[in-house]
Design a protein around this ligand. Structure first.
Ligand SMILES: [Mg+2]
Ligand SMILES: [Zn+2]
Length: 194
């Protein structure tokens, strides 16, 4: 894809926007949602560049009975309020609430969430970019036919070798990726789709 066509970024949440919860736990309440350094600025940069912002996140804590849908909604309300207050309002927040054993079609690496974000946006898959830190994000992107980029926050460093072998570009964090997109470097940066 060439960078002029990039109009939609589909972001993973934990490890991309906010710090992953300690001890493999879940962010169950707004006070546990801690933005990564620069993430709010990165969202604002992308939005100012006219790029639609979607979030697509696995939240199996719901399906596992560890948190309620109401708790998740409160966390997302806080996330959206913070992002909007800083100029990076989110256009859509999509989540998979299912546990791994439920066999749903939305839990990444299944492509359902990415496909739903594309469908809701009205923007073609070829003009979209999935941003994640985990192998599951990259696989979901490939299965949905969308280019991917890796950030080295969250699980990103563990995923970097896979990304390198797959031609997926890696960035230190969301603001570095946003700067690359805005600088027009994404013609190469997002060519790793396969
Ligand atoms: Mg993640
Ligand atoms: Zn699901």
């Amino acid at each position: 894809m060439n960078q002029m066509s990039l109009r939609h970024v589909i972001l993973d949440r934990d490890g991309v926007l906010n710090r992953e919860a300690d001890d493999a736990g879940y962010v169950r309440e707004p006070a546990q949602f801690h933005w990564l350094p620069g993430a709010l600025e990165g969202l604002a940069m992308l939005r100012r560049a006219g790029i639609r912002l979607s979030v697509a996140t696995n939240q199996s804590g719901v399906g596992r009975g560890l948190m309620s849908l109401e708790q998740l909604a409160a966390v997302h309300a806080r996330m959206q309020a913070d992002a909007a207050a800083r100029g990076g309002a989110l256009d859509a927040v999509l989540f998979c609430p299912h546990a791994p054993g439920e066999g749903c079609s939305c839990r990444k690496p299944a492509p359902g969430l990415i496909q739903a974000a594309i469908a809701r946006s009205g923007i073609a898959a070829g003009a979209s970019l999935v941003v994640g830190d985990d192998q599951r994000d990259l696989e979901a992107a490939w299965r949905a036919g969308v280019a991917a980029a890796l950030v080295r926050t969250g699980k990103g460093r563990e995923t970097e070798e896979l990304a390198r072998r797959s031609g997926v570009p890696a960035f230190d964090d969301l603001p570095q990726l946003a700067r690359a997109i805005i600088a027009g470097e994404t013609a190469q940066a997002t060519s790793g789709q396969r």
